[in-house]
Design a protein around this ligand. Sequence first.
Ligand code: HEC
Length: 139
Amino acid sequence: MNNRTIALVLLAAIITLSSAFTVQQDNNPNGSSELSLLMRKMEKQLSDARPAVLNGKYKGTYPKEFDKIYTAKPTDNETKMSSYDVFANVYISAVKSFVSAKPADQVDSYNNVVNTCLACHSQHCPGPVGRIKKLLIPN
Ligand code: HEC
């Protein structure tokens, strides 16, 4: 091999390595999809809020990162059907009304968010439905 060939081989190796690293970052180190990680944050917002909501004392703001629901990559690309964005819109507007709900409306507004989770899940990802239902506040 002459120097030029060696340089080309090295360059090819660097490109291969760096794209391997990029792929690893996209998949998240713990192997969960970007959408799964976001879902866990969405779930946590509700489980964290629940005790305060029960007392009508919840105070919150809209987590800007929830906007990523539209673009976050799912584990399997087939998961998102054409109705996905419609369900996402309904969910996002429910979260926005929940974080600004008056104390007297907090329980209804909170349950409304949970129901929008369930609506999307009944069509897109039935697995966690039982787990999500547990978030509901019985009235
Ligand atoms: C617009 C549709 C949609 C909405 C709204 C939605 N989800 Fe999901 N959810 C999904 C999809 C699709 C997946 C599968 C993600 C994947 O496979 O990467 C998922 C995955 C999950 C998971 C499994 C995450 C994991 O650990 O793998 C949980 C738990 C979950 N959602 C809870 C919720 C909760 C709670 C809400 C409401 C706060 C909610 N979801 C709202 C579509 C939705």
